[in-house]
Design a protein around this ligand. Structure first.
Ligand code: ADP
Ligand code: MG
Length: 546
């Protein structure tokens, strides 16, 4: 629609206030205009913290030559016309205040060319008045140059921070818009140095690589997208990737960069079990809502929005992030227990690593199930059952191969009743049992008396063990494998259980015996006997490195 001045009843409904607070606000307004004009490339230049010069060049629609002056009138806009429009805003701008506000506090030059014009038009404004107007050549698009910001407003100048700080605001602002519009190619040059350059290929991960680095970009998790509204999209950090400030939270509502306590709370809620207090994720979150479900007419800078149904938005964001975290291949970290989960995730790698154990010093027992030990490379948690299984398994196989199965006679024989199936196995493959040191005597209808067991088995539920060994004989594997199956089954039944408390000496002895095995890192079933939390990992977890 052509540019027009808003009617008084609409003006009265527009949130009043200052648009141009600092150099970054100028950049914001000009970049928003370029985006509203459909630009696919936006170049921003700043000098002297944005005070000396701000220039924004876009390849958008341009402004028709006969409307350029009008664009600098207060409340002149091409984006809304009626009250209904005000309630259904789909553009970033709508107030018609930016250009006149900027022209009131700085010298402004504009060079623009629209599709319908054969040549571009150049205007120079000083104190809000047109000083120069001429035809100039230009390809389609707009260039706006703002010089000497606040020169006639010493009080405003005094309020500004150092050029470095103002540059920082500008760089952050451009980063945010680049994250919101991955399909737009942004370039930012600060005092002659290229500060940011995005590919404009539509890939958010590529923008994140530019803004936060490749490593972060690689680790970000994608939120599951849906086409309808309300919906969310974006990339979020996994639990292992965290920062110590909230400034890595980027929120966009219908692609507008906003600050939102509600969205921040929803995000923190989703990360509650993943991050400790004081640690924050990296989040680039796009919320898509029907235009009538948000009110952007809250604050002149348009960085705040009101949600019509804030509960729905909260739940949507919280759930979507929690789901992405739950799907994440990377482990959760941070609290002590989740650090262990991190270590647990190293199981696979640990299990692959065969080889001798390092020297371990027993620290104590955890949950009557794990032996905590200190080694040269950090903390080790040893699963007492799995470790003992490994020890017994190898002992059994050694004794068996040397035909020296140590047998223990029972003072009181144990009566075992077998199922028809078990009895059948016993009849056909019973020699295996005796080779391993089980001596069974028939004692009437499917009843047997167990008279002796392998010495290693002394403290276990013997009837149960015999049944388990019979079960392991069902398979039609070769004798060699059957032996291993029996050894595995015996080791499992003979090993100390989780939940059994051990003295320091018992723990030391267990570790000593584990050291003597050929594969101390895995139990006979292939599961790890221990997990290792390296000193490096600990340092990382506690934020002592990188
Ligand atoms: P608003 O963006 O709220 O409409 P502005 O004062 O920022 O108000 O801009 C006034 C009008 O000038 C816009 O509505 C738009 O029509 C036009 N305009 C401003 N900047 C550009 C641009 N870079 N490209 C095309 N049109 C622009
Ligand atoms: Mg605008």
């Amino acid at each position: 629609m052509p540019i027009g001045v808003l009617a008084p009843e609409i003006i009265s409904r527009i949130a009043a206030g200052e648009v141009v607070e600092r150099p970054a606000s100028v950049v914001k307004e000009l970049v928003e205009n370029a985006l509203d004009a459909g630009a696919t490339q936006i170049n921003v230049e700043s000098q002297g913290g944005g005070i000396s010069l701000i220039r924004v060049i876009d390849n958008g629609s341009g402004i028709p030559a006969d409307q350029v002056e009008l664009a600098f009138h207060r409340y002149a806009t091409s984006k809304i016309g009626t009250l209904t429009d005000l309630e259904n805003i789909s553009t970033l701008g709508f107030r018609g205040e930016a250009l006149p506000s900027i022209a009131a506090v700085a010298d402004v030059e504009i060079l623009t060319k629209s599709e319908g014009d054969t040549v571009g038009i150049y205007l120079y404004f000083k104190n809000g008045n047109v000083m120069k107007r001429e035809k100039r050549s230009r390809t389609r698009g707009t260039t706006i140059t703002v010089r000497h910001l606040f020169r006639n407003f010493p009080a405003r100048l005094k309020f500004l921070k150092s050029a470095t700080t103002e540059n920082g605001h500008i760089a952050n602002l451009l980063s945010q818009y680049a994250l919101a519009f991955p399909e737009v190619k942004f370039n930012l040059v600060i005092d002659g140095r290229l500060n940011l350059s995005t590919p404009g290929n539509g890939n958010l991960r590529d923008v994140i690589a530019e803004v936060y680095g490749v490593e972060v970009a690689q680790q970000m998790l994608e939120l599951e997208k849906t086409e309808q509204v309300p919906s969310v999209a974006g990339l979020i950090s996994s639990g292992s990737l965290a920062r110590s400030s909230r400034s890595y939270l980027s929120f966009f509502v219908n692609r507008r960069w906003v600050r939102s306590g509600l969205l921040a709370r929803a995000v923190e809620d989703a990360y509650r079990d993943t991050l400790t207090t004081g640690r924050y994720p990296i989040v680039v979150l796009n919320v898509f809502l029907a235009p009538q479900d948000i009110d952007v007419n809250v604050h002149p800078a348009k960085t705040e929005v009101k949600f019509r149904n804030s509960q729905t938005v909260y739940a949507l964001v919280q759930k979507s992030i929690a789901n992405a975290l739950a799907r994440a291949p990377l482990p959760k970290v941070k609290t002590a227990s989740t650090s262990l989960e991190m270590a647990v995730s190293l199981w696979a790698t640990q299990a692959d690593k065969s080889g001798p154990l390092p020297i371990l010093r027993v620290i104590g027992q955890l949950a009557s199930s794990y032996i905590m030990a200190e080694g040269p490379e950090g903390l080790y948690l040893i699963d007492q059952h799995a470790a003992h299984e490994r020890i017994l398994f190898e002992k059994i196989l050694v004794q068996r191969s040397q035909q020296q199965m140590e047998i223990q006679g029972l003072l009181e024989p144990v009566n075992i009743e077998l199922s028809p199936r078990h009895e059948e196995i016993l009849k056909t493959r019973g020699e295996f049992l005796s080779q391993f040191g089980f001596i069974l005597e028939p004692f009437g209808m499917r009843n047997y008396l167990l008279r002796a067991v392998p010495r290693l088995m002394k403290d276990t539920d013997l009837a149960e063990t015999v049944r388990a060994v019979l079960d392991s004989l069902i398979t039609d594997e070769e004798p060699h494998y059957r032996e291993k199956n029996i050894a595995r089954s015996l080791a499992c039944h003979g090993a100390i259980k989780a939940g059994q408390s051990l003295t320091a000496d018992e723990m030391r002895e267990l570790i000593r015996q584990l050291e003597l095995t050929t594969q101390p890192q895995t139990c006979p079933h292939g599961r790890p006997t221990m997990i290792h939390l390296s000193s490096h990992q600990l340092e990382k977890e506690f934020g002592r490195t990188g």
